[in-house]
Design a protein around this ligand. Sequence first.
Ligand code: FE2
Length: 198
Amino acid sequence: MKNSKESSKKGAGENAPSQVTVAPAADAATNLGALFLECLKDIYWAENALVKALPNMEANATDPSLKSSIKDHLAVTKNQVVRLETIFELLGQEAQGKKCEAMAGLILEGNGILEETHPGPVRDAGIIAASQKVEHYEIATYGTLLAFAKALGENDAAKLLQQTLAEEIEADKILTDVAIVSVNADAMELTGVAEKRM
Ligand SMILES: [Fe+2]
């Protein structure tokens, strides 16, 4: 009893994480327009990184429907890069990327899943898992960008962002369908074989 009183006292004070107001960098955004531009640079870097990463995912996939969905999404992603360049142009800005740490991490994790799985349905299931994390990140990002564009009255940019958002939602849905219709069942069959062998 004594101990729990002491620990709750401690928890409320000295062990609590320090919270400080972070000093902004010299080029930090001062308004929503500047933040919008920063976020566009972030996703522009991310989409370009995906254009480079997707062929390796396709090469490592076995299921024909997964392979073709990744191939299709590569073409869609290349078009999304062009769409972002149009948005930069609409804003009177040069198209410029800024390293997206989140996407860099998701791609790294995807490559890790390849190393952790044997080729076939289990690796396919891992590729789908990694790809859906990417899609959900993109859905969150484009949802925010769309809201920013609308708030800023950037209606032409908003229309383009809406198109990309719809494509990312569709890509996520296709991955779910591929998992449910074939990959997960195939991976479970392998699990059954492995269990019989044991
Ligand atoms: Fe994308």
